[in-house]
Design a protein around this ligand. Structure first.
Ligand SMILES: [Zn+2]
Length: 360
């Protein structure tokens, strides 16, 4: 740990960083691991949504969401990620869901911004209920140390009226919209439909199939592991003028691992790429969640330098300090009982998986 001799302010030491930021996560999917196989083997991206994620989100209730969020937050903390920007959907348990997630993260000690991803997949009532949950949460958050945005699943599952309503609600709370854009070819029309709605505080997730000159405002969030897993293609975010940040899209919150993958994926198409670019994407998380700059992670390795990190396996977070509270000491969470969270999350995972086996 070092102290600036001039200001007396403590800065990160050679083996330290501020708290890492996951700019796009789905805490509700933390219990998906080990889930039963889908009823049909997906042949494309829409098939993955229909057979995996749109079945999972229908099976969620508030208790499953609570323990899923606690496990996801715990694992984030253990990986030195102190701030999560979450995107939530649970069509059969909408009201109150965002508060359940925020409370779960607060208990573990992780900073959270969440939103409800509205969609017209469940009719106009479903979209209205999603908007109402965003509005309720943002009203409650107003004036408190709680962050939120307005979520939209994606343009291709929303009417133009719903997209406009989300943009309007977000502007009224002075927050951005957090939306998946052109992740798969099914959403290729998204840019033209949302271009005039976007603002600089929007979060444009994936952008795999966006043209270089898409004209959308906001931060593009690159999720390389998820994009590879869904076989949707490479976003190649270096081609955009927008700021770029890194997210996991619900596959944990190990941001050093996501940085390593973002680098090597870029290198695959550009032999001259250096890890500095992917590292700058990780650093842009601090623009989205500035409070995480006040956090300190002491790593099991030094120096924390992109060329080192890109090629050093299994770097662990030893100590994690959030708002002057030591939330991880010697790799162990201090504010919660990690064993209890894993055990209770395991019980809820069993219940979730049984529900999925019996779902249409
Ligand atoms: Zn996502």
């Amino acid at each position: 740990m070092t102290t600036d001799a001039t200001t007396g302010q403590r800065g990160p030491g050679p083996g330290q960083t501020a708290g890492l930021v996951c700019a796009h996560n789905h805490l509700y999917s933390a219990l998906a691991r080990g889930m039963p196989p889908p009823p049909a083997v997906p042949a494309d991206f829409l098939g993955i949504l229909e057979n995996v994620w749109w079945r999972l989100d229908r099976a969620l209730d508030l208790e499953i969401i609570e323990w899923s969020a606690k496990l996801g937050a715990l694992e984030a903390l253990e990986a030195g990620c102190t701030a999560i920007i979450d995107h939530h959907e649970s069509p059969n348990a909408i009201e109150g869901s965002l508060s359940v997630i925020a409370d779960a993260c607060r208990e573990v000690g992780v900073r959270i911004s969440t939103c409800y991803g509205i969609t017209d997949r469940h009719g106009p009532e479903g979209a209205a209920a999603g908007l109402a949950e965003n509005d309720r949460f943002l009203r409650e958050a107003d004036g408190r140390d709680v962050r939120g945005m307005v979520g939209v699943h994606a343009a291709f599952t929303c009417t133009d009226d719903s997209l406009a309503a989300a943009a309007e609600l977000a502007a009224s709370h002075d927050v951005g919209v957090h939306i998946h854009v052109a992740e798969g070819l099914d959403d290729i029309a998204a840019a033209d439909r949302i271009r005039d709605l976007t603002r600089d505080d929007w979060m444009i997730i994936h952008g795999v199939h966006l043209p270089d000159d898409h004209g959308l405002r906001g931060t593009v969030v690159h999720c390389p592991r998820s994009n590879m897993n869904n076989a949707v293609g490479y976003a190649d975010p270096a081609r955009f003028d927008n700021p770029v940040a890194l997210g996991t899209d619900g596959i944990g919150a190990d941001m050093l691992a996501e940085f390593q993958l973002a680098y090597v994926k870029q290198r695959e198409v550009d032999i001259e790429a250096t890890p500095d670019t992917a590292w700058s994407w990780l650093e842009n998380g601090w623009s989205l969640f500035p409070e995480a700059r006040r956090d300190r992670v002491t790593w099991s390795y030094e120096p924390i330098e992109p060329w080192h990190l890109a090629f050093t396996p299994t770097i662990r977070a030893v100590d994690v300090e959030i708002d002057n509270t030591l939330a991880v000491r010697n790799g162990v969470a201090t504010l919660v009982d990690a064993d209890e969270i894993r055990a209770k999350a395991g019980e809820q995972a069993d219940r979730l998986h049984r529900t999925l086996e019996n779902l249409d």
